[in-house]
Write a protein of this length. Structure first.
Ligand code: GLA
Ligand code: ZN
Length: 661
């Protein structure tokens, strides 16, 4: 039977001297409609208090209680944080920073991923965990480590980097020197051992090196995950694995890591009520779509807060309704779970004021507990949606490696090249039409889409550029624009004009130069009827075969094209040469989606309203502080409230509309 997971991070090891609290927790979990708990995430020092001396009694106890109460366990491997003895006896497990400083014990998520001792110790405890609970009926999923991140600059990691490069380059140092353009500033390598990771004490300007180092960090992390997963897969082959990824995290390329786990999961903490809620919702939806599109399968929202967090600038409790609204948005975008950090507030240390289902008061009559319980019931009522896929005819390319290269490039506005903001602008325009969207990396398959938007795709390999070319050739519509296809996958500029990699022919334009506008400055662009506004970046382009849609009406490039469209074989390619303030995208996507017959709402949605379709349900959310009129189509009703027909959707209200039987 399909089931949506409703769960939480749970740390009973902090309460072992209070069995009354633990028993109360289990009772309240049932009352709140929770069916899964993530446990053991930071339990290493309890599970192995001394090297080789294991004590699984607390896990035995809690797993048994879960079993008795029909609660699933997402069991973590304990490498989120290490016990003191491990660092004390084996300092090699501690990271070294880019200035060469060895860390001392403390914190979490900060082990040297190449350390053989660390890998040996985690393998040992993972093996024991898997053996001990392999037949336990509550064991539901493996949660590998916690929020993996970061790199280490110790001599062993440096050696691993050099070995990785030797392999990548087939021992051809000349090729590496060419790809990294090391003749620049006389940085040519004459032997492999000269290669050092990027460091403020040495090289930070060798972009090929920076890119390679970022790729290596992901590679090492993938290899580390393999080590953790190996015993689990051997002993419990049918239990799925996951790592909890982080919101738009740029430190690792999740397109690579996705292959190391069975299920994608991520931790979702929007800045509700401190930034504009509609903008925050657009960002959260984008992230959901990104994580779902990694495997094109339902994912898990492994963490979210039931109330507030404690690490944002302004930590504001979710306003009444927001918890249910934002949780159902996750489900609407493909999550098979709504999970929290955390079930119960810890009594001490840094997360004691982080939101939880159960506060220090221990009560179940709080606003938060009541909303969580209400959500528990709603999740049960829409459980059929679990496991269903999301169909998208539109994809936006958002590419982490492109972001690395763009951020690194010394160009445009160095403070912020607005890559993510620009991608979001395209996303928002399409979401205003109620379009379902996949968010994919540039290495993914393009063939199933009708429309692909690839804003600021600065770095693209010739191979992927060719695939985009084929997409358009075969009838697809491609939208891109300024500063796209500028460098290849090694961050070497394409010669012969941009967009490069063969895409110039697809767009029918070539780009001559780009203007970076100062903050607050704008440039007008217009067609015969309308005027739009450019901010941040204006590229000067020349159509070769493209038709001009808009022209600049100011600046030294006045009268030259600002947006073009080119028919290419069976498809079309749009090139928008400037950063639009949003209005042109609205018009553009209204036209393109109509022309392509893409599934969307009839008219542009009112501000604040977002719609997403999944598994026979239409989710409608109001992220504004105003009531919004909405008509539920004849023959359908809202599962949440039972409403039908015309209604006024309250602020932070949500509908899950389905057809009447
Ligand atoms: C992350 C971590 C959790 C917790 C939360 C707090 O997501 O995985 O352990 O620290 O942040 O928001
Ligand atoms: Zn290291």
């Amino acid at each position: 039977m399909a089931q949506l997971i409703h769960g939480s991070d749970y740390n009973p090891e902090q309460w072992l001297d209070r069995p009354d609290i633990i028993d109360g927790d289990i009772r309240l979990m049932k009352k709140a409609g929770m069916n899964s708990m993530s446990i053991g995430i930071f339990s290493w020092s309890v599970l192995e208090p001394e090297e080789g001396k294991y004590d699984f009694s607390f896990l035995d106890m809690i797993m048994e209680k879960f079993y008795q109460n029909d609660i699933k366990a997402i069991l973590a491997t304990p490498s989120g944080a290490r016990p003191r003895w491990l660092a004390e006896k084996y300092p090699e497990v501690l990271r070294t920073d880019s200035l060469g400083r060895k860390q001392v014990f403390g914190g979490r998520h900060n082990h040297c991923h190449s350390s053989p001792i660390f890998r040996e110790k985690i393998t040992a405890i993972n093996t024991l965990l898997a053996k001990r609970y392999k037949d336990h009926p509550s064991l539901f999923m493996w949660h590998i480590s916690n929020e993996l991140s970061g790199g280490c600059f110790c001599p062993r990691c440096r050696k691993a980097f050099i070995d990785y490069l030797k392999k990548q380059y087939n021992n051809d140092l000349d090729k590496l020197n060419h790809d990294w353009w090391t003749t620049f500033w006389s940085h040519t390598y004459t032997n492999w051992e000269q290669i050092e990771p990027p460091s403020p004490l040495g090289d930070t300007n060798l972009h090929g090196l920076n890119l390679a180092w970022n790729r290596f960090i992901t590679h090492l992390c993938a290899d580390y995950i393999k080590t953790e997963v190996a015993p689990l897969k051997e002993i419990t082959p049918n239990i799925p694995t996951t790592i909890n990824m982080m919101d738009m995290f740029t430190g690792l390329d999740y397109e690579v890591l996705k292959d190391e786990v069975d299920i994608i999961s991520w931790d979702n903490y929007p800045h509700w009520h401190s930034e504009n809620d509609y903008d925050a919702a657009i960002k959260a939806d984008f992230a959901h779509d990104w994580f779902r599109s990694l495997k094109h399968k339902p994912f898990f929202m492994m963490e979210s807060t039931p109330s507030l967090v404690n690490w944002q600038g302004y930590n504001r409790p979710k306003r009444p309704g927001m918890h249910i609204l934002s949780s159902l948005a996750a489900v609407a975008h493909g999550s098979d779970s709504v999970q929290y950090f955390q079930w119960r507030k810890s009594r001490g240390s840094s997360e004691k004021f982080h939101g939880a289902v159960i506060d220090h008061c221990g009560r179940d009559d709080t606003r938060v507990f009541k909303e969580v319980s209400e959500l528990g019931k709603i999740l049960q009522s829409i459980s059929d949606v679990a496991g269903t896929q999301i169909k998208s005819e539109v994809a936006i390319i958002y590419d982490t490696q492109n972001r690395w290269a763009l951020d690194d490039a010394q160009a445009l506005c160095n403070k912020d090249k607005q890559y993510f903001a620009q991608v979001l602008d395209h996303y928002r325009a399409l979401r205003k039409l109620g379009v379902n969207i996949d968010v994919i990396g540039s290495c993914q398959d393009f063939s199933s889409y009708k429309l692909i938007c690839a804003p600021m795709l600065y770095m693209i390999s010739e191979q992927n550029a060719n695939r985009l070319k084929d997409f358009v050739k075969n009838g697809g519509v491609l939208v891109s624009g300024y500063f796209s296809a500028v460098v290849n996958e090694n961050d070497l500029c394409y010669l012969g004009g941009c967009p490069g990699g063969g895409l110039g022919e697809v767009f029918g334009v070539w780009a001559e130069e780009i203007d970076t506008l100062l903050p607050g400055n704008t440039v007008s662009v217009a067609d015969e009827q309308n005027t739009y506004t450019a901010a941040d970046f204006c590229e000067v382009i020349h159509p070769t075969t493209a038709k001009t849609l808009l022209k600049y009406t100011q600046e030294f490039y006045q009268g030259t094209p600002a947006a073009c469209v080119n028919s290419y074989h069976n498809g079309k390619a749009y090139y928008i040469a400037y950063r639009d303030s949003g209005k042109f995208y609205d018009v553009l996507y209204d036209n393109i989606t109509t022309e392509l017959g893409i599934c969307r709402e009839k008219s542009v949605l009112p501000y604040g309203l977002l719609i997403q379709k999944r598994g026979g349900l239409t989710f409608v959310g109001n992220y504004s502080e105003n009531y919004i009129d909405f008509i539920i189509p004849d023959g359908s009703y809202d599962i949440v409230s039972g409403s039908q027909g015309r209604l006024s959707l309250q602020p932070y209200g949500v509908l899950a509309i389905t057809k009447k039987e």
